[in-house]
Design a protein around this ligand. Structure first.
Ligand code: SR1
Ligand code: MG
Length: 423
């Protein structure tokens, strides 16, 4: 593919012909395109994803479509999201080496990225639904978040370079628009594409949509999301954007990347662990999930602890940007001042993180894009009961976040709500 031909969506039938002369792909999987086996495996909401296997190996070809795959061509979406994904992946690899798939080739016109085929990795969400306890995810994701969020900010970067990058990613308008509407607004009114488990959740949905304090908090969080261009975010860091084996963790799909508040990635991620926690009751056909629930709460604790520890280490050793300059603190012998500032920054992240987590829970149950944790619970009454508990939890942490001071307190609340029989 030359890159000069106009965009055309690939298919299983055309991929080998169209990419058969691509040097990077041939170098990875072998030159004999007639022997390539192509499978379309995309199950996400937006794109085409192919696995291509040749005599010498395998690779993934991901291509954006000019519309939202989940909805169809009635919802156009620009191909340039592939450009942002490619640039986000290169920055994530530089800031957190080994955490993302290797990139072999990027074609901007065809909106496609050829990248490493991760095997035997599976999507983290799938593993959690299956009740698998992965030993390293908290450490790996905690490190990924601390390194990418710190090193993509004015705490670390040369300010001129950061501003240039901010300008580059500012054009990811349409994907931000998806988040601004689907996450922060649609769940709180009768938006056209909303859906929920009905009639079981009807009363609770009406209650949440009439909840003034909740709506004010959701809009406060939307304001922070839109106005606080603090760092380069992954932008869609849920358990469907993470691939795992028992030993390894890789972060994929940063097409929603843009400069926003650090707390957004962390809140979305932890919300997905808490949703997995509340969904476990719906997956107990083959046996109790008590150990899995305990594991998930431990993962939350460890992820937050690793994030804090690594962020603090980077603060002390790599704070070379224009914010909280060492010349104002350490260089004057005032190490305590730097620690006080760190404490303030972490406190703000904590506060906002809980808010973002709460509304991420709501949008996955009330909005357009649901998640498989709940969707795969076939018994609708059981599913609704799991979802209702998650909704109640989400409301509590979003609205009361300033009165919540530790991750143990949040987990305690989750455990209490999970054990309630009346929901
Ligand atoms: C229309 S896109 C819906 C959702 O899918 C993506 O993974 C994002 O989470 C987005 O909000
Ligand atoms: Mg995605």
């Amino acid at each position: 593919m030359t890159g000069k031909l106009p965009f055309e969506a690939l298919s299983v039938e055309t991929l080998a012909t169209r990419l058969g002369t691509n040097e990077a792909l041939c170098a990875k999987i072998g030159k004999d395109a007639a022997q390539w086996k192509v499978r379309e495996v995309g199950d996400g909401n937006l794109n085409l994803v192919f696995i291509v296997e040749g005599a010498g190996g395998a690779a993934v070809v991901k291509q954006a479509l000019p519309y939202v795959r989940l909805v169809g061509d009635s919802w156009p979406l620009p191909l340039k999201r592939s450009f942002f994904e490619y640039h986000a992946l290169t920055r994530q690899e530089a800031r957190a080496p080994g955490s993302v798939p290797a990139i072999y080739h990027f074609d901007e016109v065809q909106a496609l990225i050829i990248m490493e085929y991760l095997s035997p990795h599976i999507i983290l969400r799938r593993a959690l639904i299956d009740g698998r306890q992965l030993p390293n995810i908290a450490r790996d994701i905690g490190l990924f978040m601390a390194r990418t969020l710190f090193r993509g900010s004015d705490l670390s970067m040369v300010t001129k370079e950061r501003k240039a990058d901010l300008a580059l990613f500012a054009d990811n308008v349409e994907l931000c628009d998806i988040t601004e509407n689907l996450v922060f607004s649609d769940p709180y009114f009768d938006a056209r594409m909303n859906r929920h488990t009905s009639p079981q959740l009807d009363a609770l949905v009406a209650e949440l949509q009439a909840d003034r304090d909740l709506k004010v908090e959701a809009q406060r969080l939307k304001h922070i999301f839109a106005a606080n261009a603090e760092t380069l975010l992954h932008g869609d860091l849920h358990s469907g954007s993470i691939m795992v084996t028992d030993q390894e963790t890789r972060i994929i799909d940063p097409e929603f990347a843009f400069y926003g508040p650090m707390a957004f990635d962390i809140g979305m991620l932890l919300a997905n662990f808490w949703m997995s926690f509340f969904s476990q009751r719906g997956h107990e056909q083959q046996g109790k999930r008590d150990a899995m629930r305990a594991y998930l709460l431990d993962v939350v604790v460890e992820t937050w602890a690793v994030f804090r520890a690594e962020f603090s280490r980077l603060w002390r050793t790599e704070r070379t940007g224009m914010l909280y300059q060492k010349s104002l603190f350490e260089d004057q012998g005032d190490r305590l001042g730097a620690e006080q500032a760190l404490d303030n920054v972490l406190h703000q992240i904590w506060d906002d993180m809980l808010g973002f987590a709460g509304i991420e829970v709501h949008r996955r149950i009330l909005g357009l894009a649901h998640n498989a944790d709940f969707e795969t619970i076939a018994d609708e009454d059981l599913r609704a009961s799991c979802e209702a508990k998650a909704l109640k939890f989400g409301r509590h942490i979003a609205v009361n976040r300033r009165q919540i001071h530790s991750i143990d307190e949040v987990n305690h609340l989750a455990a209490l709500i999970e054990r309630e029989n009346s929901i």
